[in-house]
Design a protein around this ligand. Structure first.
Ligand code: COA
Length: 292
């Protein structure tokens, strides 16, 4: 038997070509997986799955994560390989447990005001995305997490998820439009109850209230979100974008409540109750508010 081996001179360019191919593949992989410090992204059959990836902090939203969300949502709008977006949280415990309390605990009133303005803009960009955005709520969706889910076009929750706006326990109010979007989704009476008691509610209760579109088991959560996105994906993208635009005319940013929230969120940072609420959280103790 004669073994046919390529000539030494032909092996070199082949090796070079394989190396080049591997480098290109690794770079493509990096583009989709390592561009962000706090997000994982994956394109699964034209659905962009964004995973907020700060599991040890229950995926709390620090400013860097927020700006990464802004960037990924913006780039998805012009990416022809994306027809729909799903946002979820890393791990089994939390979707997002709120804005990062340790980060904002020492913010001034002006920084608090900017924080709310920035959050409002980013969450509006999600609401106004012309490609469908679904929140796959896989655990705690508290404060900024509930607000992030509410900014999405739909919410699907696993049956272990918990929703709430617990900001008053920290001596502040919601700052990412929770006081506005909660009313839109559950009505004034229930919104006021949730906002003032800081109660957490189960996925099933959130479903009964209309805060959540569907409840699944944790294992079925992503499949359900993909199933809904695939259904939408099969329709005309022009018609889908038009539906989103029409619906959003009812939910514009120029309602006075949004500005009022930014103003009063900022003001709450100048209070002793804010200091007490955030310090107590970090010291893992009960709060003693003085109303100052
Ligand atoms: N900001 C910053 N860190 C947060 C956070 C947040 N919003 N939520 C949770 N974490 C951190 C905790 O500080 C803890 O960090 P550590 O391990 O370094 O101490 C870690 O995530 C795990 O949270 P922990 O409180 O130990 O988990 P738990 O199971 O006992 O409680 C919650 C879970 C969600 C009930 C509790 O973390 C909580 O109340 N979080 C804050 C919710 C909130 O008020 N959100 C609104 C913010 S505006």
């Amino acid at each position: 038997m004669v073994l046919l081996l390529p000539h030494k001179e032909t092996v070199k360019p082949i090796k070079g070509f394989i190396l080049l191919l591997l480098t290109i593949l690794v770079n493509i992989q990096n583009l989709y997986t390592k561009m962000y410090n706090n997000l994982l992204t994956e394109n699964r059959e034209r659905i962009l799955i964004i995973t907020i990836n700060r599991e040890t902090k229950l995926n709390a939203l620090n400013l860097e994560t927020l700006s990464e969300i802004k960037a990924v949502i913006a780039s998805a709008q012009t990416d022809e390989a994306v027809s729909g977006i799903i946002i979820t949280g890393a791990g089994e415990k939390a979707f997002v447990a709120g804005a990062d309390i340790a980060e904002f605990a020492n913010f001034s009133e002006a920084e608090g005001t900017n924080m709310a303005k920035n959050g409002h803009d980013i969450f509006f960009s999600i609401e106004q995305s012309l490609k469908p955005v679904i929140a796959a709520v896989n655990g705690f969706a508290l404060g900024g997490g509930c607000e992030l889910a509410m900014a999405c076009h739909m919410r699907v929750a696993s049956d272990n998820a918990k929703f709430g706006q617990p900001e008053v326990s920290l001596g502040i109010i919601p700052g990412y439009a929770g006081t506005q979007r909660l009313i839109q989704l559950v009505g004034k009476g229930k919104a006021l109850e949730l906002l003032m008691t800081a109660d957490l509610i189960s996925a099933h209760e959130a479903h009964q209230l209309g805060l959540v579109n569907h409840v699944t088991t944790p294992d079925e959560l992503m499949n359900k979100c993909i199933e809904i996105t695939n259904k939408i994906k099969s329709k005309s993208p022009i018609a889908i974008a038009a539906v989103i635009k029409c619906v959003n005319t009812q939910f514009t940013k120029d309602q006075p409540g949004f500005d009022k929230e930014v103003e009063l969120f900022g003001k709450s940072f100048a209070t002793e109750d804010f200091k007490e609420g955030t310090t107590a959280f970090m010291e893992k103790r009960k709060t003693v508010f003085t109303g100052k």
